[in-house]
Design a protein around this ligand. Structure first.
Ligand code: NDP
Ligand code: PMR
Length: 398
């Protein structure tokens, strides 16, 4: 049930310019420069929601046995033991990859999906339009552009009294046409603030919950991308990802006392997105190094393919949005549908053969998964450690 309609952000595309940079020649491609209140919905779990103030609500969760029972249910008459339903948290599940993954998991009947979304009504409508069964998901408000909202989300998830078996850090913003940076509630440049820092805090907070889950294969997945990897053609389309010496990150990305960019350079929205994806992939590996042995949690990242039709490109110029899907379908052949990409991410969530930790998964043309190589920067352990330590300071964990 919806208590409040969340704010919908609107985006306006603006004009772009061209410049020469990097290994790929200057060219115009589609006119693009190359180079607190809780929003919660659950019916089958019988959640009761009570507003206690304008900014907070108390929840009493009566989780069904299917969700909170021990890992393995007693042997059925056939003698086979069955796994209990897993609970997977997916951020940004109101559209694109996140929604397709939520649907793919929910329709197996083996997963309950907690959809962490900034726009409750949009998420609710999207889940219904996707045909997700009412009892198969719970929507909890999460705005990754606010660290307070991230902390509130974690508290609200805990009140659901469901186990946390898998966490998928999927949400992202991409602002390729922005001329000026915009900032999160905490003053971080928006792309890195949402895509990396918000997820960094979320993942750090939920690690304890994942660790205490009795599910046999607990996973933390952070969605990466090919465009952050400069060992690929796509990663060499300027502006290229480059975290430099992290001086901007060290100074807080506030655009006032420091640059809004991680490397301390001039603001570039497309580069900020790609830099944020490098942070996502480095963070996954640093989690693996620090916590896999101790917790048994599988840490993974992936490139799901080029899902050229999603809302990620909403801020791009209309001509780009028109031509990008056929370009990816017929020229690069990197295109995948939202449905296919959702199945891929769902595999990383639940496939028994994808339990290896520290891996960046990709898929070949036959849709078979393989362990892919990350670029030098996206696999640099020293950089990963520094990004981790600086991020800890920015989100108040150190
Ligand atoms: P979409 O725009 O469709 O999905 C992004 C989701 O993130 C939306 O649900 C959006 O919410 C949510 N979101 C954005 N900002 C916030 C915020 N502040 N707080 C909470 N949620 C937020 O894009 P995709 O599905 O394409 O992107 C999903 C992931 O896939 C991203 O990590 C992206 O980097 C990655 N990816 C995408 C590729 C592609 O080709 N599309 C390729 C490689 C990786 P809302 O619905 O309210 O806007
Ligand atoms: Mg890219 C095999 C080639 C390939 C693949 C798989 C992608 C994926 N792209 C490829 C090639 C090219 N792209 C080439 C040759 C060009 C120049 C014509 C090109 C251009 C291009 C642009 C302008 N591509 C883009 C953009 C974007 O704005 C997208 C972006 O960078 O977002 C950050 C994008 C993408 N190309 C991809 C993928 C997956 C994207 C979406 C980005 C992402 O989520 O990482």
């Amino acid at each position: 049930m919806a208590l409040q309609a969340a704010t919908t952000t609107s985006f306006l595309p603006s004009a772009l310019s061209a410049r020469k940079e990097g290994a790929v020649k200057d060219s115009a491609f589609l006119g693009v420069r190359l180079g607190d209140g809780l929003k919660l919905e659950t019916s089958a779990l019988g959640l009761r929601i009570k507003r206690v103030s304008t900014s907070s609500v108390a929840i009493r969760a009566q989780a069904s046995a299917a969700v909170s029972s021990p890992t393995v249910t007693p042997a059925s008459p056939s003698g086979k033991q069955t796994l209990r339903k897993g609970t997977a948290i997916i951020t940004g599940a109101s559209s694109g990859l996140g929604l397709a993954t939520a649907k793919a998991l929910a329709e197996t009947g083996r997963w309950h999906v907690v959809m962490g979304c900034r726009d409750f009504l949009k998420a609710s409508r999207a889940a219904k339009a996707a045909g997700m069964e009412k009892g198969s998901y719970t929507i909890v408000h999460l705005d990754l552009a606010s660290l307070d909202s991230v902390r509130q989300f974690v508290a609200n998830v805990r009140r659901l009294e469901m186990p946390v078996d898998v966490v998928v850090c999927n949400a992202a913003v991409y602002q390729p046409t922005a001329k000026q940076p915009s900032f999160t509630a905490d003053g971080f440049e928006m792309s890195v603030g949402v895509n990396h820092l918000g997820h960094f805090l979320l993942a750090r907070e939920l690690l304890a919950d994942l660790t205490s889950s009795d599910y046999p294969s607990k996973r933390l997945i952070i969605v990466g991308s090919i465009t952050g990897n400069t060992n690929t053609l796509a990663g060499n389309v300027p502006p290229k990802a480059n975290l430099g010496d992290l001086r901007g990150l060290a100074s807080g990305l506030d655009g006032v006392s420091s640059s809004a960019m991680i490397d301390g350079g001039e603001f570039d929205g497309a580069k900020a997105y790609k830099d944020s994806k490098v942070c996502n992939m480095l963070t996954m590996q640093e989690f693996h190094r620090r916590y896999h042995g101790e917790t048994g949690v599988t840490f993974a990242s992936l490139y799901p393919g080029c899902i050229a039709t999603t809302g990620l490109f909403r801020e791009h110029v209309p001509l780009f949005r028109l031509l990008f899907p056929p370009f990816q379908k017929y020229i690069t052949k990197g295109y995948v549908s939202e449905e296919e990409a959702g199945k891929r991410l769902a595999q990383v969530v639940s496939d028994p053969s994808l339990t290896k930790s520290g891996v960046y998964w990709s898929w070949n043309n036959n849709s078979a998964s393989f362990e892919n190589q990350l670029s030098e920067e996206a696999s640099d352990p020293e950089k990963a450690k520094k990004v981790w330590e600086l991020s800890e300071k920015l989100v108040g964990l150190a």
